[in-house]
Design a binder for this molecule. Structure first.
Ligand code: BGC
Length: 768
């Protein structure tokens, strides 16, 4: 019997060997899902425990570190790659480098299981698009999908198989540096954008050579870090977790996202990386999701610092049992998993399950068919940073701009204006617009606002430029700049008089201020969300001598711009808009494009209001203006300076005739909602029509309002369009006291309008 088994293994090994040898194209495999499962099983059957653990091990390609430095030397890494003890690498880039890494595995290891190579392609690979928070302000799912298609095509042309994007962390806190990396404060908007991104990256066929695997991160709760301090504790109740944080992840799982990444934070005492309920019960069993979960950088080992694991071996045991399938840079699985299985502390069945998940994605990507399928020098030369991609970057950038204020219609400017003073520390900055997480975006490669304006105005327009003040006290640190602290608050005001002088003599001032690229992003939390350094002094000095000021704000988080909002006539929210930033901003400044962006996150009056979000709860004391004992602040409003969903246009829109086709439905019924929107201004323009609902009484308290639908429409001058929405079970249900998603009968209200403060209202009932 033993002999027969041995022979069988040999035969199977031979078949698999031939299949691997046949790796460059004409193979016996194809990607139909049922066949993939058989192949996964047949590979798994050949693997030793060491090889299985190897698949669960991910190494960094040391030259582009995004976390604490790697513990293992390059020499050891090379040996492990050759031995088939590494399943994945991150930060290995270019056709040459990815081919080399892959060759080490394919030419030396016993089973020749290809590597999956990942990279943080967050808002573009080399053609850089707006930061995700900025892009989300477009509320335009088609262009959001397209930026992911382009990012995937550029990344795959450089040998990358997998991006660690989209970040689906709902965040309500402007202090949190990583708020720039997500879609803001709303679970519904984040879900829709997340799905668009996933569809863009993965396409309808992961095995094509221009699609890559996506990664829904960070699972879960990372955006709710206490006090907005990165990596901090998250305390959130079970119901809020399900209702506010998990919906985008569920949508991603349902959209077939290939991978998830867990998160650094703990949730109610349990680090997410060791969270069995989250990873096994909810994601894998509950949502029946069959991809794999990669840990965040070192997050398995960090369970020791959390005080949840006593040492690395213990951490490996907790993480593997909890469902973390791949270890990014903790060296915990490679160090201890075999031992833990032998000691019976981790069931072999769980290892098998993890490995199958990883192999499944490798098969789906077509890597077994051709491990070098993304290694194409020709594509690398011709498909990255193309003119066409640049053109699209400009397109999405202009659609991401939000017009916050435009008193006396100071905007759009006339291209024949006699003189413009372009002032501010970010006015001629070619780097800041690239934002954080700019992948291979080259330093100083963006179009600055000054360049954009020069490109646009008539030859007779006089442009004067003055920097005024600086934000950073020194240049960006070179090399591992991503991790270095920045020194802000430059206090040199010697440039202000020249700026004032330029302003005095100009017809209009374009003042470009805000945050530099690395002021937001990982580890970039701040307690001060005002203009840093002497920017406020510059702003006030300029405004004193010229009232025609347009602020171009560049930033990665909501900022406290209350003074500007009270004084400056015109403010454009321009985020960090990517490679074509200056041209896109100019398109809006001069009216070649009518701004249509809407805020995906509330802007506060001051930092003390944070976390601030529109879909708050009512509280027991919501409104009593006559005495102090109600839920408010004594020194600031409790509402936002600029609310979620807000954004102006150069034209005006009027909403009329809100109708609902029924006043009463059953829990699984449907209501058709319609509203007429008219362009009453003097320019064609786009409007994001938004639908909100409120469940008045529930088995749990319910938010004041929740976004449940939106549509971006184009209206010509004088045109009216009827916009239709459907309210159904999906819109009405929530995670109730019964710990299930269900619709509770009762009274509901709904609003339709151009932002979350919409007042046009209707009401209906759900009856059993
Ligand atoms: C971040 C992840 C990122 C990973 C790899 C971590 O520090 O939290 O979002 O994907 O590094 O670069």
């Amino acid at each position: 019997m033993k002999l027969i088994c041995q022979k069988l293994i040999l035969v199977l090994s031979f078949i698999f060997f031939c299949y691997c040898q046949n790796a460059k194209g004409q193979t016996i495999s194809n990607n139909a899902d049922n066949q993939i499962e058989q192949k996964v099983d047949s590979v798994l059957a050949l693997m030793t425990l060491k090889e299985k653990v190897g698949q669960m091990n991910q190494y960094n390609g040391s030259w582009d570190v995004t976390g604490p430095a790697s513990e293992v030397s390059d020499k050891v890494k090379l040996e492990k790659l050759k031995n088939g003890e590494v399943g994945s690498m991150l930060n290995v880039l270019s056709v040459k480098a990815t081919r080399e890494a892959q060759k080490l595995v394919m030419e030396n290891s016993r089973l020749k299981i290809p590597l999956i190579i990942g990279y943080d392609v967050i808002h573009g690979y080399k053609t850089i698009f707006p930061i995700p928070l900025g892009e989300s302000a477009s509320w335009d799912l088609d262009i959001i999908k397209k930026t992911a298609i382009i990012a995937a095509s550029e990344a795959s042309a450089a040998g990358v198989h997998w991006t660690f994007s989209p970040m689906l962390d709902v965040s309500r806190d402007a202090r949190w540096g990583r708020i720039m990396e997500g879609s803001g404060e709303d679970p519904y908007l984040t879900s829709k954008i997340g799905v668009a991104k996933i569809q863009g990256y993965q396409g309808d066929d992961l095995s094509k050579n221009n699609t890559i695997a996506a990664c829904a991160k960070h699972f879960a709760g990372y955006g709710f870090a206490e006090a907005g301090r990165d990596y901090n504790t998250v305390n959130i109740g079970e119901h809020e977790l399900h209702n506010a944080i998990l919906p985008p992840f569920k949508a991603a799982a349902q959209a077939g996202v290939a991978t998830f990444m867990n998160s650094f934070n703990e949730l109610d005492g349990i680090p997410a990386t060791g969270h069995k309920i989250l990873q096994r019960e909810i994601l894998k069993e509950g949502w029946k999701w069959d991809g794999f979960i990669v840990s965040d950088w070192g997050s398995i080992g960090e369970m020791i610092a959390h005080g949840y694991a006593k040492d690395k071996k213990h951490a490996a045991e907790i993480a593997a049992n909890a469902g973390s399938d791949m270890d990014m840079e903790s060296y915990a699985y490679e160090g201890y998993l075999e031992e833990l299985v032998k000691e019976g502390k981790v069931d072999l069945a769980l290892i098998n399950d993890a490995v199958k998940r990883i192999l499944r994605i490798k098969f789906k990507l077509g890597l077994f068919d051709d491990p070098y399928k993304y290694c194409n020098e020709e594509r690398e030369k011709t498909e990255i940073y193309t003119e066409e991609n640049q053109g699209f970057s400009r397109e999405v950038a202009k659609k991401s701009i939000v017009l916050l204020k435009n008193e006396n219609n100071i905007l759009p400017l006339n291209k024949d204006v006699k003189s413009i003073a372009v002032i501010g520390p970010l006015a001629d900055d070619k780097d800041t617009p690239l934002g954080n997480w700019r992948a291979k975006g080259e330093t100083n490669s963006a179009v600055s606002v000054l360049e954009g304006i020069k490109n646009a105005v008539s030859p007779t327009t006089k442009i004067t430029y003055q920097e005024g003040v600086r934000i950073l006290t020194e240049e960006y640190p070179k090399g591992r700049g991503f991790l270095m602290p920045l020194n802000f608050s430059h206090d040199d005001i010697s440039g202000i008089p020249a700026a004032v002088n330029a302003a005095v003599n100009a017809d209009v001032v374009v003042l470009v201020i805000g945050e530099v690229a690395l002021q937001t992003g990982e580890g970039r939390s701040q307690t001060n969300i005002k203009l840093v350094g002497k920017q406020q002094e510059l702003l006030e000095a300029v405004y004193k001598v010229n009232k025609n000021v347009v602020i171009v704000l560049m930033n990665g988080r909501p900022m406290d711009i209350t003074w500007a909002a009270n004084n400056i006539p015109s403010i454009l929210e321009c985020w960090h808009l990517g490679s074509q930033s200056g041209n896109a901003i100019t398109d809006v400044l001069f009216g070649d494009y009518n701004p249509s962006g809407k805020l995906p996150v509330s802007f506060p009056y001051n930092v003390g209001q944070e976390p601030l979000y529109y879909n708050q709860k009512m509280t027991g004391r919501p409104y009593n203006e006559t005495h102090v004992t109600f839920s408010a602040y004594r020194d600031a409003p409790k509402t936002a300076l600029y609310p979620f969903g807000y954004g102006l246009s150069y034209t005006t829109f009027v909403y009329n005739n809100l109708t609902i086709d029924k006043n009463e439905i059953s829990p699984d019924g449907e209501i058709k909602v319609s509203v007429d929107v008219t362009n009453t201004g003097k320019r064609d323009g786009e409007e994001v029509v938004q639908l909100y609902i409120r469940d008045l009484v529930g088995s749990l308290t319910r938010p004041i309002k929740e976004l449940k639908g939106f549509e971006k429409i184009m209206l010509k001058v004088g045109e009216t369009k009827t916009v239709n929405f459907t309210i159904n079970e999906e819109s009405l249900q929530f995670y109730t006291i019964n710990k299930i998603w269900e619709v509770e009968p009762g009274d509901f209200e709904l609003w339709v309008g151009g932002n979350s403060s919409a007042t046009l209202k209707a009401a209906f009932k759900v009856v059993d």
